[in-house]
Design a protein around this ligand. Structure first.
Ligand code: GAR
Length: 194
């Protein structure tokens, strides 16, 4: 039986994309990478794995609706039922939210609602947090505000720099995200837990 299809949206390095591709038991097939940053290194990674890429510059569009209409067309064309944001540094608008209601997941490098937005790891260090972590959540129109599905704690060590903390946070992400994707796609986990 063929697997459910999914698209990954990313803007940067793509280590979470690679973690999904390397997960042999992933319950869905990643059929498309959408990237809003021409030149981002995730694009080469997608090509390596033979995943179709759709790269577009949001500045080439008049507004978010026009941009997302183009993205939606590409995602529908490949038959993706799910969208997984993996370092996609852009708020999702109503065009995609309405079309993929409760079908868009995001991963964020903090224990939300703490440290939303950009540079969550730097924010945790600056705040002197002793524990931070990783959150996988459904997307809504806010910045890292949708219903939380799963979290994993990561201890902040006294000697941590952004680099060392990021390394351990991303190691946790690479395990948690594929696990949650599988639970959600297989409907083992239907709605967020507190
Ligand atoms: C990940 O750590 C992800 O949690 C974060 O961007 C990084 C992307 O890394 N996302 C956010 O901060 C979203 N607000 P990657 O490109 O190596 O997967």
């Amino acid at each position: 039986m063929s697997k459910v299809k999914a698209a990954v949206f990313a803007s940067g390095t793509g280590s979470n994309f690679v973690a999904m591709m390397n997960c042999k038991e992933l319950a869905c097939e990643i059929v498309l990478l959408v990237c809003d940053k021409p030149g981002a290194s995730v694009i080469e990674k997608a090509k390596y794995f033979g995943v179709q890429t759709f790269v577009l510059n949001p500045k080439a569009f008049n507004d978010k609706r026009e941009y997302e209409t183009e993205v939606l067309r590409a995602v529908r064309e490949v038959g993706a039922e799910w969208i997984f944001l993996a370092g996609y540094m852009r708020l999702i608008g109503h065009t995609l939210l309405n079309a993929y209601e409760e079908k868009i997941l995001n991963i964020h490098p903090s224990l939300l609602p703490s440290f939303p937005g950009k540079d969550a790891i730097g924010q945790a260090l600056a705040a002197g947090a002793e524990i931070t972590g990783v959150t996988v959540h459904y997307i809504d129109e806010g910045m890292d505000t949708g219903p939380i599905i799963a979290q994993k704690q990561v201890k902040v060590l006294p000697e941590d720099t952004e680099e060392t903390l990021k390394y351990r946070i991303q190691k946790a992400e690479h395990v948690l995200y594929p696990e949650v994707i599988n639970q959600v796609v297989r409907k083992e986990r239907l709605w967020p837990v507190e």
